[in-house]
Design a protein around this ligand. Structure first.
Ligand SMILES: *Cc1c(COP(=O)(O)O)cnc(C)c1O
Length: 386
């Protein structure tokens, strides 16, 4: 049977084409007015002081750690239950990741887990928080915990736009927050990302390092009246700027961010309704209101009591036309991190329990209620052996 329900599907039903056309007409394809407008609108949306658009969330995370001064032999706490981008950027700077376990139900860092990790590893310079699946971690408790120990907080919010915790948008808590506009994220520019902060010094450093360590961005160089040719290089920076062509798509996506989030929330609510009490299945734990959740992912866990393995479940769903994914094979199981840091699965009991049984169900704006019903019925049928 051909795949009837893909795992992910982009929604580009807004002003995407119109804004792309404007960029093509302008004759300026790379970082310029559309990117600046996206930065302005994005920071207005969440109420952060500064926003810096980049060509990926990975780039944003790299710039963030560079800006707070992470360097060789520094240690940064990072969850094992995440995508490798959250940890690889620590290695870009010659620093070392120290991996932590997460809560089983939410896949989030908890204040207790972090308190424990910080006391076991005294030299930690920064903590990476991943707002897994679009649900924000308990930042009200995590911030004072880190700040009282002089530990910086970088948030990997690749899943978490728009997302709130205790009435505040993610992007207004830690030192720097990084969002992803990758093709399958909650809003997209194809490839892209956004870094936000309230700290002007950090912002300026990120902006300079985003484009070769040049002290003024290319737009200013070509549009100001004063000597437009001269610039200084203050550091060996990176090539991480977002192109206007991509920003055009982002502006159209941003306009529909809440509409699309609501549509994903509708899918999540239906899954909760139809899969509640489903035997052998653990649904994602909720610590925030439905409307505060970005609903990027709907991960479930098959218990060890289930009549089929996780891998077999994925095959059976595929055969019935349903695309799924796995978030994530943990980093402590990836050969690079496992071998370099001598990591043992026993050190990550919750992450292991998630990993053994987890798979992620489709959730996106154009996923119809009938689709969610079909997916839920198929799952239940497989688990009841019919
Ligand atoms: C997608 C993702 C990233 C990387 O985002 P890019 O924009 O592709 O660089 C980082 N962290 C997490 C948790 C992600 O899911």
């Amino acid at each position: 049977m051909p795949l009837k329900i893909p795992f992910a599907k982009v929604d580009c039903s807004g002003n995407e084409l119109k804004y792309i056309q404007e960029v093509l007409n302008s004759g300026w394809m790379t970082t310029a007015g559309k990117t600046q407008l996206l930065e302005k609108k994005f920071s207005e949306y969440i109420g952060s002081k500064f926003a810096c658009a980049v060509n990926s969330c990975t780039a944003a995370l790299h710039l963030a750690l560079e800006a707070i001064g992470i360097g060789p032999e520094d240690k940064v706490l990072v969850p094992s239950m995440t995508f490798t981008a959250s940890a690889e950027i620590i290695r870009y700077l010659g620093a070392d990741p120290v991996f932590y376990d997460v809560d089983y139900a939410t896949r989030l860092a908890t204040p207790d887990i972090l308190k424990d990790a910080l006391s076991h590893h005294p030299g930690i310079k920064a903590v990476m928080i991943v707002h897994f699946g679009g649900q924000a971690a308990d930042m009200d408790a995590i911030l004072p915990l880190c700040r009282s120990r002089g530990v910086r907080i970088i948030e990997d919010a690749a899943h978490a736009f728009p997302s709130r915790r205790s009435g505040k948008w993610i992007g207004t808590f830690g030192d720097i927050t990084c969002f992803s506009f990758y093709a399958n994220k909650t809003i997209t520019t194809g490839e892209g990302g956004m870094l936000v902060t309230d700290d002007e010094t950090l912002f300026k450093r990120c902006k300079v390092m985003r484009l070769h360590g040049i002290d003024r961005d290319i737009w200013n160089r070509f549009t100001t009246d004063e000597s437009t040719w001269e610039y200084d290089v203050v550091a060996p920076g990176f090539k991480y700027n977002l192109a206007d062509l991509n920003a055009a798509v982002g502006l159209a996506q941003l306009e529909r961010a809440e509409t699309m989030r609501k549509a994903r929330q509708r899918c999540a609510a239906k899954y909760f309704e139809l899969l509640r009490d489903c035997p052998h299945l653990d649904l994602p734990g909720l610590e925030v209101a439905m409307e505060d959740h970005a609903w990027h992912l709907f991960p479930v866990v098959l218990r060890s009591s289930a009549p089929v393995s996780r891998n077999r479940m994925i095959e059976l769903l595929f055969e019935r036309g349903i695309g799924t994914s796995v978030h994530y094979k943990p980093l402590h199981r990836m050969s690079y991190y496992r071998e370099r840091y001598g990591l043992q699965p026993e050190a990550f009991p919750n992450t292991e329990r998630i990993w053994q049984g987890t798979f992620t169900l489709p959730i996106y704006p154009s996923l119809r209620t009938e689709d969610v019903e079909y997916i839920s019925e198929t799952l239940r049928a497989i688990l009841s052996g019919t």
